[in-house]
Design a protein around this ligand. Sequence first.
Ligand code: NDP
Length: 448
Amino acid sequence: MDSYIESVYNKVVEKDPHQKVFHQAVLEVLESLEPAVKKYPKYKEFSILERITEPERIIQFRIPWKDRDNKIQVNRGFRIQFNSAIGPYKGGLRLHPTVTQGVLKFLGFEQVFKNSLTTLPMGGGKGGSDFDPKGKTDAEVENFCTSFMLELYRHIGQFIDIPAGDIGVGAREIGYLYGAYRKATNVHGTCVLTGKGPTYGGSLIRPEATGYGTVYFVEEMLKTKGEDLKGKTAVVSGSGNVAQFATEKCIDLGAKVIALSDSSGWIHDPDGIDREKLAWVMDLKNVRRGRIKEYAEHFKVDYTAGGSPWELKCDIALPSATQNEVDANEAKALVDNGVLAVGEGANMPCVPKAVEIFLEGKVLYGPGKAANAGGVSVSGLEMAQNSQRYFWTREEVDKRLHGIMVAIHENAYKTSEKFGAKGNYVLGANIAGFLKVADAMIIQGFYA
Ligand code: NDP
């Protein structure tokens, strides 16, 4: 590694030695930026790497809420406002017991580059809490979300920071958060959150966008090899928002999805998950809030407790659950079983060694920053519609989403070619995302 890059990385580690997952995200980006930093000395001259790895602002707060027994519980809330050089901070809120400042810094950091790639003017941010919505009543979730927003509202706004959903934050939570924002501020009709319901300013296709976009990106990667999705077998991990709509788009484009998972285990349905079965999964996960094991019981297929479905033979792998869910052995199994393409629906789902194995194995590997950027892209389109006080049709939004995913693919591909690593989307996406933000930071002066 270049000595300048190494010294920046070492400082990041020294400053927050416990934030391992943030270090992992920073290292992956810094390593791939080496050719750009060598080619353009201005980035070192203006200390861009030191600045881009340090969040502009971190907000941490207490979230008291009352549970079903009327007992006061306390969780910890965060908003990481990472970089606003190219637009207001934008990024989801995660509600999961594993949430820490380090996890949100990793996600906020990735978001900076991802948002830059979308072609839309959005900076990067991320937030959330260690609250676990699993097993909570609707009233408890409402109570928590209201308390969360009673602090967060003063830090966000349509020109400041626009949160959205992520793990544990779907339509129900965004509804409660938006209601609390409106109550606290008496402001309506501006875009302060995305992923809103269609009855109060949400964009059509926003729920579908991350999953659809990931599959559109995979389709573009396959095209570079003269392939498409028709007749291909796909394995998807997770069974939440991203996994559900990635599965739907696979079905639309003629691929057969044979697996889904949740944090308890995974199902294998060799006949494929058709539209009817997928509708059943959506009801299970979004309405009844059940476990994927029930799919196996209902449709009489195999269920494996724990682990992930990567041992299955497939052409396409779409990790869509959480970070570091594909380890080196699993990556090797996928390569040995002839996987053609991996599209990351989740953020950083593959450990660094797994990524190395995919690249060495000449697998088409679409990193999350590029492959799952469809969600935030349609969030950007939701903001555009809200500004116009207007709604676009499903077809219009889907067409724009598709166009953005094609553009992201082309940008990442061409950038990889320009920097001597044709087809390496990690390098291409990281450099393409970086250049726009870094140049905006230089132009705006070092205080900004
Ligand atoms: P959801 O909460 O809707 O679903 C998450 C899914 O992943 C669930 O099936 C969940 O299972 C599983 N999961 C969560 N944590 C773990 C874990 N530690 N181990 C195994 N499985 C786990 O979240 P989303 O679908 O929205 O998000 C999934 C991924 O996609 C995340 O990495 C997110 O950051 C990323 N992403 C999401 C976007 C969006 O628009 N929603 C945009 C871009 C990226 P269980 O129910 O058992 O917890």
